[in-house]
Design a protein around this ligand. Structure first.
Ligand SMILES: Cc1ncc(COP(=O)(O)O)c(C=O)c1O
Length: 464
């Protein structure tokens, strides 16, 4: 079969999947072994028939988790904008790489447009940026840029002897540790700064840690603030952190993988006040804006800093000196071949505009407030804290003989086994709770109420 014939089959299966989405919901969870038993996934020496492949298409969709359904409240993304899906399909069918303008002319211009537009929301009139493989990668890029700016020789010579130290909140995402590992800095050299009761990095603790580090002969180089922490959805005080970073001559990176999208909202952008003073920002639009995984940006106000930091090699065969070549994004990236992620984000943005996206974000925030109010009104549930953004964290009353982590794990598993909803649990400072994320624009009071009622029923069942 040719592309069109195969696509027609896929299209039919996808249409059916989308039509059944509401009835199927998130789907019932199965153990890996049970799932393996039901599916024949073996790769064989001989080709499979088109009929079998059609079955395979349907089987994949049948068992996929319904992340487009509003009952998917598990992770820091949910739902998918329809125009983003169309953009993703264009990226798939044109199957190209973002390394050079010549291979991806339109997508390169789209990515550049997006980068400039997003930089504008950070208050940077002329910025630079690149799409990356996710927020984790954006944090790595931020650390690498910081190292190469403060210690330009290390790009060539490597870090030898000096102990480079980075500071992030104890609430920060684990990817900072991974970045330190990849960069050869050592995970011990990521210092976890205490957060206050609300979960915001303590500026006093940061100052003290920097002084202590300098006194020990180390080389502080990086402060990583978080805009939208993974568990509580809290925002570090960027304005105050920027003063410290400036005074101490450290690079200030803001991990806005989750919360960066508040910049679109006049109502909520105050959470990131001071962002214009940061040196870099990571921002996943696939998380709060439903632009499809992966849509992730690394942005910086420092013109050409990306090429300087990451560039090197490739002039012999891929990056040719020409007018068009100066538009190549490859030298600014850590990748060579790179998927055209910009297309889906550009289409989603084009379809809603800044105004539509602002309404989108504001509606998600309103849903978080609705969820928190419902929790407070429901006996047997206890809010961990008022939600600052879209993370609604609460405890479900438990029998004393069951540990909190185990209890909340069992509760979510009960919901998943029945296919009622997918919601996560988290443990923070010896406290475990349900973490409900209101990232889907289709969530409403009815859905949220039903989730809470399912949780309470699950608690009752587990109690017996
Ligand atoms: C605050 C924060 N930063 C970074 C990441 C990593 O993003 P990604 O999954 O796109 O690598 C996450 C993931 O949830 C996150 O919550």
């Amino acid at each position: 079969m040719n592309h069109s014939e195969v696509l027609q089959l896929a299209q039919k299966a996808i249409d059916q999947y989308l039509r059944q989405l509401h009835d199927q919901g998130v789907g019932k969870s199965q153990t890996p072994l049970a799932l393996k038993e039901q599916l024949n996934l073996s790769l064989t020496a001989t080709a499979q028939s088109d009929f079998q492949l059609q079955q395979d298409l349907q089987n994949y969709l049948k068992h996929a988790v319904g992340t487009l359904d509003p009952r998917f409240m598990n992770q820091l993304f949910s739902g998918l904008q329809p125009w983003a899906l169309a953009g993703e399909m264009l990226a798939a069918v044109t199957n190209t790489t973002m390394a050079t303008y010549e291979a991806s002319p339109v997508a390169t211009l789209m990515e550049r447009e997006l980068v400039q537009h997003l930089c504008g929301f950070a208050g940077w009139k002329t910025g630079d940026g690149i799409m990356v493989t996710g927020g984790s990668n954006a944090n790595l890029v931020g650390m690498l840029m910081a190292r190469n700016k403060l210690f330009p020789d290390y790009k060539k010579t490597g870090v030898s002897g000096a102990r480079l130290v980075a500071f992030v909140s104890e609430e920060a995402h684990y990817s900072f540790g991974k970045a330190a590992n990849i960069m050869g800095l050592g995970t011990d050299n990521i210092r976890a700064i205490a957060a206050d009761a609300a979960g915001r990095m303590s500026t006093a603790a940061l100052k003290a840690a920097i002084q202590q580090s300098r006194a020990a002969g180390e080389h502080p180089f990086f402060v990583g603030a978080t805009a939208g922490t993974t568990v509580l959805g809290e925002f570090d005080p960027i304005d105050e952190l920027s003063l410290i970073a400036r005074e101490e001559k450290l690079w200030l990176h803001v991990d806005g993988a989750w919360g960066g999208s508040v910049l679109l909202s006049r109502k909520h952008r105050h959470l990131m006040s001071g962002i214009e003073k940061a040196d870099s920002l990571g921002w996943d639009t696939h998380k709060m804006l439903g632009t499809g995984l992966v849509s992730s940006f690394f942005l910086t106000p420092h013109a050409n800093a990306l090429r300087t930091s990451h560039g090197g090699g490739g002039a012999d065969y891929i990056f040719h000196a020409s007018d068009a070549g100066s538009w190549d994004l490859g030298p600014s990236s850590l990748q060579c071949g790179r998927k055209a992620d910009a297309i889906k984000v550009w289409f989603a943005w084009r379809a809603l505009g800044d105004d539509g996206l602002e309404t989108y974000v504001d509606a998600l925030f309103a849903n978080a407030q609705t969820a928190a109010t419902l929790v407070k009104q429901t006996a047997g549930l206890e809010l961990v804290c008022e939600p600052t953004s879209l993370n609604v964290c609460f405890r479900v009353k438990r029998p004393h003989h069951v540990a909190s982590a185990q209890w909340h794990r069992m509760l979510r598993e009960q919901l998943m086994n029945k296919g009622q909803a997918m919601v996560n649990m988290a443990t923070r400072k010896d406290d475990s709770f349900i973490r409900l994320i209101t990232a889907h624009p289709g969530q409403n009071e009815k859905i949220l109420k039903s989730l809470l009622s399912d949780l309470l029923k699950a608690a009752e069942e587990l109690n017996h």
